[in-house]
Design a binder for this molecule. Sequence first.
Ligand SMILES: Cc1ncc(COP(=O)(O)O)c(C=O)c1O
Length: 444
Amino acid sequence: MARTTADPTSDRYRRSRELQARLRRAVPGGAHTYAKGDDQYPELAPGVMARGAGCHVWDVDGNEFIEYGMGLRAVTLGHAYPPVVEAVRASLALGTNFTRPSLHELECAEAFLAAIDGAEMVKFTKDGSTANTAALKLARAFTGREEVAICAQHPFFSYDDWFFCTTTMDAGIPRFVYDQTLRFDYNDLGSLRALFAQRPGRIAAVVLEPARIDEPAPGFLQGLKELCQAEGAVLVFDETITGFRWHAQGAQKLYGVVPDLSVFGKGLANGFSLSALCGRRAIMRLGSREREQDSVFLLSTTHGAETPSLAAALATMQVYRTEPVVERLHQAGERLAAGVRQAIERHGLARQVSVIGRACNLFYGTSDADGRPSQAFRTLFLQEIIRRGVIGPSFVVSYSHSDEDIDRTVDAVDGALAVYARALADGVGQFLVGSPSRPVFERR
Ligand SMILES: Cc1ncc(COP(=O)(O)O)c(C=O)c1O
């Protein structure tokens, strides 16, 4: 059970603080992923985690929390989920990497292809960024064009330059890259049509998440597909998040639109490092060595198919096949959203605090007294739910969040909102300990 809190002046996080200082000295940004960094969290947050079980985590000082987001949404089933752990343990005893493909490579590829309708071939790698970049490379080779149109409202496709040149954190990116990435608007077919009209015969790929916060407008995804077909561009769905959350067969199944290529990641192996690039054989085959046409050097890395991640994916897909994972993600999210919305109403904060997104992938919004988005109030809200035993940078649930966990979270939110309301009246600085957290994409 999550322990509620502690006096902020206590030494609740003593060991965390020592280790955070060491991390900042050893690792740029103090974490191997910016979104986990100190500047993303309030000062009164645990700094270093020790372990997790289900949706509960413990920091290095022994404090227990209910967690949301879990491995940046990768851990869909739960931390240390027994069938996944057992499958990985069994694979470890057989060796992790060989000079020829392992049986796991075949079994995992076949299981994946059986799960995803539109996928005729698949290649695995370690993360969503690399797979999206590989999709773009394939599209460029397939079309003989160079430009890419990406959805302007979708915040992350890849850590590579073709995407990061569109953010404010663009130091180190050569100028020529900027000219090759164009942007269109979600649910606005006309904005993509206009790009095709301005750049005839130049756009190789159109890349977007099938959905993020807004649902696709009727006909939008189908319209994109038809437009790409008419213009000779490759349609790429980035299902890194939606893949095993919207539907066990991808959001493409839910919405009934199969793209040319798609990328799956986060939910595929319950937090083990595995992503997939998949799609039409005619395009994927460019990465094979059997053709007369020029081959694309496609996702060939030393660790691309190490066995434990493939074993984890096989076990994870098996759970998805036999248990109502996606249904439960939606139920848990709906319960949480309803409880939080009631708490928002109770505290009269409907203008300041909101819960948004699909039930399986909830975010919250925080605004100041004038209704303007506020990083300081976000940090205060996070500080106050952490104080009450919940780490929730988002409200993204897992299969392990029980109704009791959700109800405890709603209680924590209720307490946090009482502080929020007082901070609106008396000033956020009276209640926030330390500085507001910062956006991930920030130039300085
Ligand atoms: C939609 C989307 N695509 C791609 C990525 C990149 O995935 P990875 O961090 O595995 O490289 C992310 C990461 O957050 C993402 O949210």
